[in-house]
Design a protein around this ligand. Structure first.
Ligand code: XMP
Length: 516
């Protein structure tokens, strides 16, 4: 394991991802964890991340030099580079000159870090202070206008660092520099593959669950599907999956789970048809938050009952269900403090409010993985492409994409329009460029149109394609006009009740991604 010491910048997760992309497993650890504890974990290497802009800032985290005396290979990035320089006897100048964004870097000595890479390269910088003198024993290998010492290495001690950010895509050869450190300086081997992850997780799950039984709620999303498929591979039909069909899914999604997912994984699946119940509960309601509450509440009721049934059935056979499978991902674990190796590990409950008398132990086979790795594991497990690459879709489903009351007719209209949009985006190979594309029915709005010889008075559909990294901010995606034109023509021709297609060109903020 390579440990990424997080100095509190947003880059630590990205660094860990890039290290894993290189085929080396890596985890994040808080800079507050004492050096002795980090060394005791016997990391294969340590990477010090970026952080606050100045090592001179009050309260700026320092690096305990014992970290470097331990013989563990170490790589400093940005702030981590400066902290490393300072702690090993180099010097950092409080220049006040900031270098930010794309910057020209000149390689002065190839060394191991830059090896065969071009002498002039573009890198991403973000710093105020700069290392003015490398520590004794280090060779300076690159320089830039604002950073006289922009990279250094001490191959004998297996220590190196760079002022720029190799983990961001704007740094042309960043990934190669990182790999040079991992393979040519630290001497690691790329053995982290998703095939190994599957094997390892299956072993872990077997060890945890033993001869026990487990329950898993499938949502139709990637995470729960991959988690379930892994657990099924480990314990077979001692896993029961429950899928609540609330009638708010998009076209083909329920069938995908009922048919394709089961066919591929052989999972024991119970589908609870709760469509009537949800529609009944939503009747007459058009306030978005109220809809969300109702859908959440009904979901818990239905799932609770299904869980009790599964537990009851097992009991009849003298068995008990003690484990609940959840698709918790590594970013959730890191963000809730679990990444620091300290206590305070909060489980994220995708399935809230289970009854008190149902005490489950959580099985979370994805808690070390990033989303892209989860998708790869899904591919390894043979899950359907459409499932593995499914874009984010809100739990309340189409219920919050009908602006107005949710009725069966309106759901049918929206589902048809949404299916056309998805088919056309897929045909245009745009799926992976778009973060998600809500299709919204303005059910309470009518507009006049003309179709054939007659006047129509129908509803508008809104297309909301967005580009985003994390859904916190987003920009509207500039879809090609011809794709938009095809979508518009098809929807107005094929979907009754819809006579107008509009495009939402609002970024987030101020608009949210969903309309409700
Ligand atoms: P907004 O609309 O807040 O959406 O910009 C941000 C992301 O969250 C999703 N979303 C939801 N997901 N339950 C969910 O599970 C919800 O009630 C919900 N509302 C929004 C949305 O699809 C986007 O990815």
């Amino acid at each position: 394991t390579v440990l990424v010491v997080d100095f509190g910048a947003q880059y630590a997760q990205l660094i860990a991802r890039r290290i894993r992309e290189a085929g080396v497993y890596s985890e994040i650890v808080s800079s507050e964890v004492p050096a002795a504890e980090i060394v005791a974990r016997k990391p294969a290497a340590i990477v010090l991340s970026g952080g606050p802009s100045s090592v001179y800032a009050p309260g700026a985290p320092q690096v305990d030099p014992t970290l470097f005396e331990s013989g563990v290979p170490a790589f400093g990035i940005c702030y981590g580079f400066q902290a490393m320089a300072q702690s090993l006897g180099g010097s950092v100048a409080h220049t006040g000159d900031r270098e930010y964004g794309g910057t020209a870097l000149t390689v002065t000595t190839g060394g191991r870090l830059f090896g065969e890479l071009p002498v002039e390269q573009n890198v991403w910088m973000s710093h105020g202070d700069a290392v003015s003198q490398a520590p004794p024993g280090f060779t300076v290998t690159a320089t830039s206008t604002g950073a006289p010492v922009a990279a250094f290495e001490d191959v004998d001690r297996r220590l190196a660092g760079v002022q720029f950010h190799p983990e961001v895509r704007h740094t042309a050869h960043g990934q190669t520099v990182l790999e040079h450190f991992l393979f040519d300086i630290a001497g690691l081997e790329p053995t982290w593959t998703m095939a190994n992850v599957v094997e390892e997780q299956v072993e872990r799950i077997r060890a945890q669950v033993g001869e026990g039984r487990a329950l898993c709620a499938l949502s139709g999303g990637v995470d729960s599907a991959v988690a379930a498929a892994l657990v099924q591979r480990a314990i077979g039909d001692r896993l029961t999956c429950v899928y609540v069909d609330h009638g708010l899914m998009r076209e083909g999604e329920t069938e995908q789970i009922e048919r394709d997912f089961v066919a591929v994984t052989g999972v024991d699946l119970r589908v609870v048809d709760a469509r009537e119940q949800f529609l009944g509960a939503l009747a007459g309601v058009s306030d978005p938050e109220e809809k969300r509450k109702i859908i959440g509440r009904e979901f818990i009721r239905v799932f609770e009952q299904a869980a009790l049934d599964v537990v009851g059935d097992a009991k009849e056979h003298g068995d008990s269900v003690d484990f609940l499978v959840q698709g918790t991902l590594y970013p959730d674990v890191v963000e809730s403090g679990g990444g620091s190796g300290t206590a305070n590990i909060k489980s994220h409950h995708n399935v809230g409010g289970l009854p008190e008398d149902l005490q489950f132990t959580l099985v979370e086979p994805l808690r070390t993985l990033f989303k892209d790795e989860v998708r790869e594991v899904g591919v390894q497990l043979g899950l359907p492409e459409a499932m593995v690459w499914r874009q984010p879709f809100p739990g309340p489903g189409l219920g919050i994409r009908i602006v107005g009351e949710v009725t069966q007719d309106r759901l049918d209209v929206l589902r048809q329009a949404d299916a056309i949009v998805r088919a056309e985006l897929t045909a245009a190979k745009l799926d992976r460029e778009i973060w998600q594309c809500p299709v919204v029915l303005l059910a309470d709005v009518r507009s006049v149109g003309v179709q054939g010889d007659g006047r129509t008075y129908g509803h508008p559909i809104v297309l909301r394609p967005v580009s985003s990294e994390d859904a916190m901010t987003a920009d509207w995606t500039r879809l090609p006009y011809d794709v938009l034109a095809r979508i518009s023509t098809r929807i107005t021709n094929e979907v009754r009740e819809v006579n107008r297609v509009t495009l939402d060109i609002t970024s987030k903020p101020p608009g949210t991604i969903e309309w409700e």
